[in-house]
Design a protein around this ligand. Structure first.
Ligand SMILES: Cc1ncc(COP(=O)(O)O)c(C=O)c1O
Length: 398
């Protein structure tokens, strides 16, 4: 939630620009908007920061995944390999595309493992949707090689990893496309918002059509536009884009503070021998939004969680018991509780998520603790945080 810690005059200035013109819509009204194109500027900022050739801002990170899937040609009956540790939105987007989520194991990167992916590939596998959780990357070299070898489309849900690079390339640019979320809880926020980045010309051409009812955006007469394909409304509004624009400009500062603060906490935690850290295939590329570490077993992890809670440790996440991020607690998916039948239920009536067996992921998640890294800690607050963390660890681990 780094961005929310830094709201200031910059966000207000961008929002006021929009309010002064009264043009809250991202397209058209060229005269009335007095040169303010916040969505376009936000897209340019994200493209510049990530090094992507193309960026489309949209209404949410969930919408971004839907746009990415559609633009990459994923549709009814296609199998898409997904992780069991993500936010539910990734899975929902695959289902709304009419495609079939196929769960695979994660590894100690907290992301899909190459072995896990390879184990569930079938002749119906169309895509892998990697999700780079908690600010850091999967084992990219191996995963890219597997996708190439099997002619599978690689997609990246990078909602949680803006600011993360692998060997100098921003996450989200290893396959056909990548997505971001700018909801209230992300490294930068637009209130609500998302984006798709890509270096692929075909995806880049389709994504604005998909996000705006198929309008081709050629010419200045909206009523006269043509519609090369069907789309929907996934547009971002100018007010959200204005906030996102101001926040995006703060990214270098946010990343610097996160990395410094994380380093301090990590080195204090490292003296507890039973603790191991999440594997970072490229430590320099970590966005450092969280410190993630494993306890030796589930029982010890629960004790540490309890001790952290009693001590009031800031930003504690125990994903294993969390309703949003781990398949074990997605009753609505497991029971297929839907408002209306999904294509997957028509295409494959025997498909069920009741018996998904992912022992490696379950073991890792049961032992994983994550701590959010704040950017606005003062020196005293950071010291106090570290003391709380190490004090609690001392009481459990001795
Ligand atoms: C991995 C992942 N994908 C997608 C989303 C959806 O983003 P939004 O909340 O902007 O729709 C989130 C949000 O938490 C997320 O963590």
């Amino acid at each position: 939630m780094a961005g929310t810690e830094l709201f200031g005059p910059e966000e207000r200035k961008e929002v006021n620009d929009v309010l002064e013109t009264g043009i809250l819509f991202r397209y058209g009204f060229d005269q009335e908007r007095m040169g303010h194109w916040k969505a376009r500027e936000f897209e340019a900022e994200i493209a510049g920061f990530t090094g992507a050739k193309h960026c489309l801002a949209c209404s949410s990170g969930s919408a971004a995944v839907s746009i990415m899937l559609a633009a990459a040609g994923v549709g009814a009956g296609d199998e898409v390999i997904v992780p069991p540790f993500t936010f539910m939105a990734t899975i929902e987007a695959v289902l709304w595309a009419g495609a079939i989520p196929v769960f695979a194991e994660i590894d100690d990167t907290l992301n899909l493992s190459p072995e896990g992916i390879e184990a569930v590939i079938t002749e119906n596998t169309k895509a892998v949707c990697l999700v780079h959780m908690c600010g850091s990357m999967a084992r990219m070299d191996d995963i890219v090689a597997i996708c190439d070898r099997h002619h599978i489309t690689l997609l990246e849900d990078t909602a949680q990893s803006l600011g993360a690079f692998y060997k100098g390339r921003h996450l989200g640019l290893f396959g056909k496309a990548g997505t971001f979320s700018f909801d209230f809880f992300k490294i930068i926020t637009a209130g609500e918002g998302g984006a798709v980045i890509t270096n692929d010309k075909d995806v880049a051409e389709k994504m604005p059509w998909i996000s705006d009812h198929g309008h081709d955006h050629i010419g200045d007469n909206r009523g006269a536009e043509r519609h090369p394909i069907l789309g929907f409304n996934f547009r971002i509004g100018e007010l959200n884009a204005a906030v996102g624009l101001a926040q995006a400009r703060k990214l270098p500062r946010i990343l610097k503070a996160q990395k410094e603060n994380k380093k301090r906490i990590k080195s204090a935690v490292a003296r507890f021998a039973p603790i191991t850290f999440r594997h970072l295939p490229d430590p320099d590329g970590d966005a450092a939004t969280f410190l993630n570490f494993f306890l030796p077993d589930h029982r010890t992890a629960v004790k540490v969680v309890d001790e952290f809670s009693s001590a009031g440790v800031f930003g504690l996440q125990y994903w294993y018991n969390n309703n949003y991020h781990y398949i074990k607690n997605w009753d609505h998916l497991i029971d297929f509780s839907v408002a209306a039948k999904l294509p997957v239920q028509v295409i494959d009536p025997d498909r069920s998520y009741r018996d998904v067996q992912l022992p490696k992921s379950d073991d890792l998640l049961s032992r994983l603790i994550s701590l959010i890294i704040k950017v606005s800690w003062t020196e005293d607050e950071l010291t106090e945080h570290i003391n709380k963390v190490t004090g609690a660890l001392d009481r459990v681990l001795g």
